[in-house]
Ligand binder design. Structure first.
Ligand code: BG6
Length: 496
């Protein structure tokens, strides 16, 4: 099966990871913990921290008998050169990762950066460039330094704008001319679903330290989100002043935009629209430059409007996104009768009887490639901005067979079907910068903190109990992705 060659010559075929899911070395060379370091999976609403009444701060309280796999992750910090070499064999033209904020400003509020942290990213970015891979960089992939939550309450505190501005300025200055594609905050639209990880905000001071941190009020989360918006606009301003060729993208989890009403009952159709607005709010503000009317109604009726300082709205209006980066994994079905629970892949509403293919157990995410085309078209209709698919992938619990091989046909099929729909979307008129597979090498799952949910074309011998040699092994999909990239998306035939 082939697609007609609709992909532009310079199309960025690549892969994406996040510092906290690959690097490990969580306390090396001066780094201090960030929010994800305190969690076994960001879906967990109980981080390993406790309230210190005397000092009035949150403290780390890491349970010794539980495996925090992300602390060593897949040891990319020490193995990145070999890993990038392997990925270049696959032909990757772009590689997305995050800079771990806590390597550069370990507490987050220092005046001067940690040179050892910067030196690591100097080497990493230069290695990518040596292999002709475009670095695509997120400034915080659920990686707000923990001290900023513990001592300041996180992003509900306006001071974080200043701390982030200092961090972003140092990074833009250091990597100008080397990095073109930037994002500030990964999946910023998860702020309400996962406030601790995605919005870097915590109950502060703790009124009842035993309550899950998701008991934050709506007003507190809107406040954190407003500060994130302002920080993003300021960062965009800095980036433009430092490197006029660089581009800033909003980054959202847009599986949520493939939310279908369960039937034509107008209540379900409108409910699905409102559900999508929980995500659109973020791209509306960051791409259009102002708060939409539907959120102002919520602020009014639920008395949860954030405090907006003089000059904030002008910043949001002046510094909007150059492109839209998004993740897409699955679709969902909305009904007013179903509770919409959300995980990293998107929302879980009703089962969709028309989608018979599912991701393997135990995750079972419905596979919906047409959903990707739907989302791309919706975004193009609404914003007319370039799109960048910076995450799409399939997690499988797998390992080498008796011949030492991993024949991951399901992954290849998932990849093929999504590329076919992306090609359709391009023909529909969507302007697409590139496609980055999530986790080209096995990494620690963000949602559940485990190793066994493997996305990679490259297997890593590390397991849920922390055992393993960390050795790397190519899966069958390695050559398949290479073939796709070599033919610029023309030959999608699966030969295994
Ligand atoms: C996205 C995140 O939500 O989904 C990634 O940006 C994450 O960090 C990915 O890894 C897949 O989710 P999971 O839970 O399978 O790792």
């Amino acid at each position: 099966m082939t697609t007609t060659n609709v992909f532009p010559e310079n199309f960025l075929w690549g892969g994406a990871v996040a510092a906290n899911q690959v690097e490990g070395a969580w306390l090396e060379d001066g780094k201090l913990p960030n929010v994800t370091d305190t969690l076994i999976g960001i879906m967990n609403t109980k981080p390993s921290i406790s309230w210190n009444e005397e000092q009035g701060i949150w403290e780390l309280n890491l349970e010794k008998d539980r495996a925090f796999l992300s602390h060593e992750a897949v040891d990319f910090y020490h193995r990145f050169e070999a890993d990038i070499k392997l990925m270049s064999e696959m032909g990757l033209k772009a590689f997305r990762t995050s800079i771990s904020w806590g390597r550069i400003f370990p507490r987050g509020d220092e005046e001067t950066p940690n040179e050892a942290g910067l030196a690591f990213y100097d080497r990493l970015i230069d290695t990518l460039l040596n292999y002709q891979m475009e670095p695509v960089i997120t400034l915080s992939h659920y990686e707000t330094p923990f001290a900023l939550l513990a001592e300041y309450g996180g992003w509900q505190n306006r001071q974080l704008i200043e701390f982030f501005d200092r961090y972003a300025s140092i990074i833009f200055d250091r990597y100008k001319g080397k990095v073109k594609y930037w994002m500030t905050f990964n999946e910023i639209n998860n702020a309400f679903r996962m406030p601790y990880a995605a919005a870097g905000v915590i109950k502060f001071p703790a009124t009842d330290p035993n309550e899950p941190i998701t008991t934050l009020t709506k007003k507190e989360i809107y406040q954190a989100v407003h500060h994130l918006f302002v920080a993003n606009a300021l960062a965009t301003k800095r980036m433009q002043a430092t490197d006029p060729d660089a581009l800033m993208g909003v980054m959202c989890s847009f599986s949520s935009l493939a939310t279908y009403p369960i039937d034509c009952n107008p209540a379900n159709v409108f409910g699905a629209l409102e559900f999508k607005r929980n995500s659109y709010l973020f791209s509306d503000v960051m791409c259009r430059g102002h708060y939409p009317g539907y959120v102002k109604r919520i602020w009014r009726e639920e008395d949860c409007a954030p405090e907006i300082a003089d000059g904030d709205l002008a910043l949001l209006a002046d510094y909007t996104s150059d492109y839209i980066a998004f993740s897409y994994y699955r679709s969902t079905v909305f009904s007013v009768d179903a509770e919409m629970r959300v995980d990293t892949g998107g929302a879980k509403g009703f089962d969709n009887p028309f989608l018979t293919e599912k991701a393997p157990e135990p995750w079972n995410w419905p596979i919906d490639p047409l959903g990707l085309r739907y989302v791309m078209n919706e975004l193009t209709d609404r914003y007319e901005l370039p799109l960048f698919i910076v995450e799409n992938g399939l997690g499988i619990d797998e390992g080498p067979d008796e011949n030492g091989q991993i024949l991951d046909t399901e992954r290849a099929r998932y990849l093929k079907m999504h590329i076919e729909e992306m090609a359709e979307a391009i023909q529909d008129g969507c302007d697409v910068i590139g496609y980055l597979w999530w986790g080209p090498i096995d990494i620690v799952s963000a949602g559940t903190g485990e190793m066994k949910k493997r996305y990679g074309f490259i297997y890593v011998d590390r397991h849920n109990d922390g055992s393993g040699s960390f050795d790397r092994l190519k899966k069958a999909s390695f050559d398949y992705y290479k073939q796709i990239i070599d033919t610029n998306g023309l030959d999608l035939t699966i030969n295994f």
